[in-house]
Ligand binder design. Structure first.
Ligand code: SF4
Ligand code: SF4
Length: 178
């Protein structure tokens, strides 16, 4: 592994020179953008003093199928929190698929105000174990493939990741307290 001290800013800045990054969606993928919870919207609204960064997106079958594959809860639980043909909220994206909160120097939000999904990425939990979401356009994953090496690259704290993951799930009504 590289001996240069690495951190999230370093790797993500380098990533932005070669890849669209995880802040830019491919055309047609907008509706699959991970949902925002009311708590996240309130936090961002409070920080930015504006509320033009999110939109309503329909809970259609494709969205529900994808979400149910991603989160470690049953399809039934997903549909209870995201009823079919109802709406959820997600970040707005520009015409090129980039998040509306992506500025020239990266995200307009300090890390602690970002949506949990953004704070976690690319980390995830499967069967209660720390894992990550495969992404061929993630520069960090081009360099290393083991969770522990990714944690080193991002300087990630597994306890914090776990806490953020559970809060994200709870806030979306997908946790045990949801
Ligand atoms: S909120 Fe920030 S980190 Fe999340 S997708 Fe938008 S620009 Fe990227
Ligand atoms: S895709 Fe990976 S390396 Fe690139 S900006 Fe996102 S987390 Fe950082």
């Amino acid at each position: 592994m590289n001996s240069i001290p690495l951190n999230e800013d370093y790797i993500c800045r380098r990533c932005s020179r070669v890849f669209p990054t995880c802040c830019r969606l491919s055309p047609g993928m907008q509706k699959f953008c991970f949902p925002l919870s009311p708590h996240e919207i309130m936090t961002i609204k409070h920080y930015l003093q504006r509320d033009d960064f999110f939109i309503n997106e329909i809970n259609d079958k494709d969205f529900l199928t994808r979400l149910a594959r991603l989160v470690p809860v049953s399809r039934k639980a997903v549909q209870t929190s995201f009823p079919l043909d109802n709406f959820h909220r997600r970040l707005k994206v520009n015409h090129d698929g980039s998040c509306i909160l992506l500025g020239d120097e990266g995200c307009l939000l300090p890390a602690r105000f970002r949506p949990f999904y953004c704070r976690l990425y690319p980390f995830w939990f499967r069967d209660k174990r720390l894992s990550y979401l495969n992404d061929d356009s993630c520069l960090a994953q081009k360099q290393v493939r083991k969770v522990r090496d990714l944690m080193l690259i991002f300087g990630a704290d597994p306890r914090q990741l776990k806490m953020d993951f559970h809060l994200m799930m709870d806030n979306l009504g997908l946790g045990p307290n949801g």
